[in-house]
Design a protein around this ligand. Structure first.
Ligand SMILES: Nc1ncnc2c1ncn2[C@@H]1O[C@H](COP(=O)(O)OP(=O)(O)O)[C@@H](O)[C@H]1O
Ligand SMILES: CC(=O)N[C@@H](CCC(=O)OP(=O)(O)O)C(=O)O
Length: 296
């Protein structure tokens, strides 16, 4: 379509980005790349282009990736059934080995290569590297009651020094969300939860969550009404009623904003270049979570 734009319209599109380029220059942007957003080679290319674009535009992008569908596919092949409770995978010690193999051994390398095809900035890390992510066993909340779901962790500490060293060296850190517990076990951390903790620890300017829906639907499963923006108080009220998938995602956005990240936005990874549109256009897309006092 760009080919159809006049020279004037092309210049206007570029110049519209100027205030955003000024505002975000040198700022850390944490991008959560969900397994469900990695759906086609074209979309994967567009994602990698956007990330490298951010880097060349003077921002400091950090990628935290998921890989839920890829883990499920691998477990299926091994004849291990996947069960989710409250949006979190029930993780036996056997499943944990597969989670680590797929997230660290497969998806992380794939995302690194994807980005490096456009500029060799990406360096892969696991949350276990350099003591980056420390986790504690996290039960799922089912009807308000805690239920043990195995080696699933919540992040209780982030040591961002490995990430900042890479950023200072001009690199793009790409993080797989396996964490280490103080009990010496490895933990499976939901990637939204991990991205949120990383964004807080880095003092990020924005948390962007790429998924496979247009944002938070007001009347799920009806998909006509996407909530454009929601304050922390309203989101906290809504959270217990949210369905699996969206529950950990919106909880992660809420936590990030409450802890001082100025905005967290869930965007549609099925739309090519949704990342650039969200970052550099006035309209924005998806669902943005903001701090009530900021909006006021
Ligand atoms: N209110 C809602 N609005 C949008 N999607 C919802 C909602 N409630 C549940 N969902 C589900 O959450 C899914 C996104 O979560 P998930 O599958 O974990 O994605 P990802 O792999 O990107 O983390 C959507 O595809 C949708 O099926
Ligand atoms: C505890 C838990 O559920 N962990 C997730 C980790 C991967 C993930 O979050 O991937 P997406 O972002 O693609 O959903 C899982 O095992 O599927």
């Amino acid at each position: 379509m760009t080919g159809l734009l006049s020279a004037e319209a092309k210049a206007a599109t570029l110049i519209d980005a100027l205030p955003w380029l000024q505002r975000f220059h040198g700022k850390v942007i944490v991008v959560k790349y969900g397994g469900n957003a990695m759906i086609s080679p074209e979309l994967q290319q567009a994602f990698a282009e956007d990330i490298v674009f951010l880097r060349y535009a003077g921002l400091r992008p950090v990628v935290v990736h998921g890989g839920g569908p890829q883990i499920t596919e691998h477990l299926d092949r091994l004849g291990i059934e996947s069960e989710f409770r409250g949006g979190l995978r029930v993780t036996t010690p056997e499943a944990m080995r597969v989670v680590r193999m797929v997230l660290v051994g497969q998806v992380n390398g794939d995302v690194v290569n994807l980005i490096n095809d456009h500029g060799t900035f990406a360096v892969g890390l696991s949350g276990e590297d350099g003591g980056m992510l420390t986790a504690e066993r996290r039960p799922a909340l089912i009807d308000g009651k805690p239920v043990d779901i195995g080696q699933v962790g919540d992040v209780v500490d982030v040591d961002p020094s490995a990430i900042t060293a890479l950023l200072d060296a001009g690199r793009i850190p790409v993080i797989a969300t396996v964490a280490r517990g103080r009990d010496g076990l490895s933990y499976n951390v939901n990637a939204d939860t991990a991205a949120s903790a990383v964004a807080v620890a880095l003092g990020a300017e924005k948390l962007l969550v790429l998924t496979d829906v247009a944002g938070l639907y007001a009347n799920w499963p009806d998909s006509t009404d996407v909530i454009e923006a929601i304050g922390t108080a309203e989101l906290a009220r809504l959270l217990p009623s949210l369905a699996a998938g969206m529950a950990p995602k919106m909880e992660a956005c809420l936590r990030a904003v409450v802890a001082g990240v100025p905005a967290a936005t869930v965007i549609d990874g099925r739309q090519p270049h949704s990342l650039l549109l969200e970052m550099f256009t006035t309209e924005g897309i998806g669902t943005m979570v903001y701090a009530d006092e900021v909006r006021a």
